[in-house]
Design a protein around this ligand. Sequence first.
Ligand code: IMP
Length: 431
Amino acid sequence: MACTCVVGLQWGDEAKGKIVDLLTAEHDYVVRYNGGANAGHTVVWGPRIFKFSLLPTGILHERVHAVIGNGVVVYPPRFREEVEQLRAAGVSAGDNLIVSDHAHVIFPYHMEEGRLSEEENGSALGTTGRGIGPCYQDKVGRVCGIRVGDLLDETTLRDRLNAIVPRKNRILQALATNGSTVRFFEAETLAAEYRGYGEYLRPYVTDTTHLLHRALQGNKRLLFEAAQGSLLDVDHGTYPYVTSSNSSPAGIWSGSGVPARRLDRVIGVIKAYTTRVGRGPFPTELNDSIGERIRRTGREYGTVTGRPRRVGWLDAVAGRYTALITGADEIAVTLLDVLSGLPELSICTGYQVEESGRKVPIDYPSDPKRFARCRPIFERLPGWTENVSNARRLADLPAAARRYLDRISELVQKSVTFVSVGADREQTIRS
Ligand code: IMP
C-alpha cells in the first residue's frame, strides 16, 4: 500500500496517534495535512509519554520522514518547544523533520483575534484558543496571510508585517467588547521575533509537494495523519461547531498536494464511546454518573486545553456517516478497555426528531439545527466485567466485548481491523 490515511470518525481524540504510531514502521513518510497546535497526540514510547500538538506522530521513528504539509498552520514557538522536547529526550529531530514553505504561520494576533471573537460571542464555538480559525481566515482571505517561506526572508517578512499589523490592530479594537482588554501589536517587534523563528525553522523547510511526489515516484510509502475528527471537518462536520480545516481525508489533496486518487487505504478510528470538546450538538451525551466514570477511566481531559471532554455512548449513525465521507475501508476501535465493568452498554442506532407531535426517524442530518433536535435511538448490549487490557487476540476478549465489536462493525458497515485495549503499542489486537 503506497498511501494510507488514518482519520478520526468522531469529534477528535479517537487515539489516532497510537494507530499512526503502529503503522509508521510500515511507511517511509508520515504526513500531517491539516490543523495546527490545536491537535493533541499522545504517544507512549517505552517508559516515556510524548504529547505533540504540532509535530507528526511519526517523528519518533528516526528512519521515517515526518512532514508538516502545506495545509497545516504552524505556530513557530510551539514548533520549537516540541523539537526541543524531543532533543531533551535524546530523539534526534533533524533530517527526518520537514516543513512546507507553503504552510501558513500563526502569530499572536491570531490568538488575540480568536479570543476576542469568542468573548464577543459568549464562547460560542469553544475553540482551543490557538489562533487556528483566524489564521485559516487570513490564508483564504489572501490579504494578511504569511507563509513559512516568508519567515526566511527578512525584507519580505518586515514588509508583510508592516502592512498587516496596523490592520490587525484596527480589527482587534473593533472586536473588543465593553470592558475587554485588548493586546495590540508592533510590526517591528514581531518581525524581529519571527525572523528568529525563521532561522530556527530554516533547516526543516522545503517545498513538500515536490518532495512527496518524488517519494511516490521512488515507490515510498506515505502515511497521512489527520488531526481532529471528521465530524469537525469544516465542510462535512457539524458546522459551525467544527474546526477551520478539512480534517477528513478531503484535506489531503489540498493540504499536501497528493491527489486523493493516490490513496490506497483509509483507516477510520472510532473510540468505543464518544467524546467531544467544545460546543455543539451531541445526541448521545451522558450527563450522569456513567459519563463521569467513563471520563475518569478514559482520562478524557483535553491534551491541549486540559478541559474535561464531554462523554457519551457510541453513535453508530454518525460513525456510518463519517465512514462514508472519509471513504474508510476498515475501522480501528480504540479504548475498548475503558468500558470494562459497566453492566450494560448502549449504542445509538438511529435518530428521531419530533415533528408536529410525532417522532420521525431520520438519517444523519446535514442541517445543524435539525441535528441539534435529534434524539438518539439506543440499542442495549450486555457489558463485561473482565479487564481486557491483556487481550492480544479477539479470542482473548469476553464474549460480550466481541459482540459489542461485531455490532459496531455491522452498524458502521466496515470490518474492525484493529482493537486497542490500552495505551501501549502491545495492547493492540490486529485482526
Ligand atoms: P479550533 O480548532 O481551536 O478552532 O476549535 C474548534 C472546535 O474544534 C472546538 O470545539 C475544539 O474543541 C475542537 N477541536 C479542535 N481540535 C481538536 C482536537 O484535536 N480534538 C478534539 N477537539 C478539537
